[in-house]
Ligand binder design. Structure first.
Ligand SMILES: Nc1nc2c(ncn2[C@@H]2O[C@H](COP(=O)(O)OP(=O)(O)O)[C@@H](O)[C@H]2O)c(=O)[nH]1
Ligand SMILES: [Mg+2]
Length: 365
């Protein structure tokens, strides 16, 4: 299962525009299993120059980048948590994602209706956050109610822990304070918490959607930035409309056009890089079965679990991992030379996979 990012925000802030802009890279990669799999779900290949470099050294029949899933989640308005605008259905989609990209409208255009009258980043963010928070509180209340009535003392203790968490979320406490509360949870409580998939605990960042005419000095942006800084949250600036419009161009033409606007990185790359940082992800490579392939895992993943990303049999029958780091392979220039230089190392199941590792898993089932 890959990693996923949900795009949230008020209506008419540019979520679908940005979704279309970033999923358009799929057209170029039509030989890959990436595309828009449903109108609002796109699996985006992660560009990685290292893959091309490895492909020059290790000849395989094909090579496949890793990917991240994006979901354009509609329908969040004031009252979503009580079902307004199909709110509950959309909220349940947000529970499934690993991270959240919160799109904030930083432009005023009269023809494009703003559900709250006019753009105001902080108010807009807080409307969405309130809905997300209320939805979590409802879920926590259900859990508390179920456990508090129990005749078992342990269950009632669980209710107390969850009550603490509920109150912290309700009082809009900082992420850090909430994490401190969770640290004191027992293992069982932590497992129970995981199952609830609380949105308030998911990592997030903001996408400032700015107008192409205001790129140099986008309206409302300073406010958003100050607010985000106070939370310690990243803001990615994107001009959704411009990037959607240049969909049809090939990559070189796109870069050329964006340069004219002073933009040096495609929205899709900005968002993927931020997503990687946000979710603490790294990439490793495999070259089995005539196929060079990139994979995404969380930093700190053990070799045995990295193998499980590829196939459950590989995890179950894990014997050893033969590893060479990307830089070492490039330095050696060929697999043979790398072997002569002793750059391959054998690792056991507890080896922590590093970004850029090229791994041959040995397994037995
Ligand atoms: N001028 C301008 N219009 C935009 C921008 N982003 C979105 N729009 C327009 O805003 C409207 C709503 O965008 P949409 O992506 O459907 O918003 P959603 O409801 O959040 O999915 C559309 O008419 C877009 O063309 C932008 O960066 N600049
Ligand atoms: Mg939309």
């Amino acid at each position: 299962m890959g990693f996923s990012i949900g795009i949230v925000g008020l209506p008419n802030v540019g979520k679908t525009t940005i979704f279309n802009a970033i999923t358009s890279v799929c057209a170029e990669a039509s030989n890959y299993p990436f595309c828009t799999i449903e109108p609002n779900i796109g699996v985006i290949p992660v560009k990685d120059r290292r893959l091309d470099k490895i492909a020059e050294i290790i000849k395989t029949e094909s090579y496949i980048p890793t990917s991240i899933k994006f979901i354009d989640i509609a329908g969040l308005v004031r009252g979503a948590s009580v079902g307004e605008g199909l709110g509950n259905k959309f909220l349940s989609h947000i529970r499934e994602v690993d991270g959240i990209a919160h799109v904030v409208r930083c432009f005023d255009i009269d023809d494009i209706v703003h559900v709250e009258g006019s753009a105001n980043p902080i108010r807009d963010i807080e409307i969405i956050k309130t809905e997300l928070m209320l939805s979590d509180i409802e879920i926590l209340d259900r859990k508390i109610e179920k456990t508090a009535k129990s005749h078992l003392q342990e269950q009632r203790k669980i209710a107390d822990s969850f009550k603490k968490l509920r109150d912290a979320i309700n009082q809009n406490k900082k992420r850090h304070d909430i994490e401190e509360i969770i640290k004191n949870f027992t293992e069982e409580e932590k497992r129970g918490l995981k199952e609830l998939n609380l949105i308030s605990l998911k990592p997030y960042f903001y996408i400032a959607n700015v107008d192409e005419r205001e790129l140099k000095n986008p309206k409302h942006f300073a406010n958003l930035k100050t607010y985000a800084d106070s939370e310690g949250i990243e803001v990615v600036v994107i001009c959704g409309k411009l990037e959607e419009e240049i969909n049809e161009l090939n990559e070189d033409e796109r870069y050329q056009l964006l340069e004219e606007y002073g933009i040096h990185e495609l929205a899709v790359d900005k968002i993927i890089h931020t997503g990687y940082r946000l979710l603490n992800l790294i990439t490793f490579f495999t070259t089995a079965r005539k196929e060079l392939k990139a994979w995404t895992i969380e930093r700190g993943t053990k070799a045995i679990h990295a193998a499980g990303k590829i196939h459950s049999d590989m995890e179950r029958g894990f014997i050893r991992a033969e590893v060479i780091h990307y830089e070492d392979l490039i330095k050696a220039g060929s697999e043979l030379k790398a072997r002569e230089l002793g750059l391959y190392h054998l690792e056991g199941k507890d080896y922590i996979v590093e970004d850029g590792d090229i791994i041959y898993f040995r397994f037995n089932v």
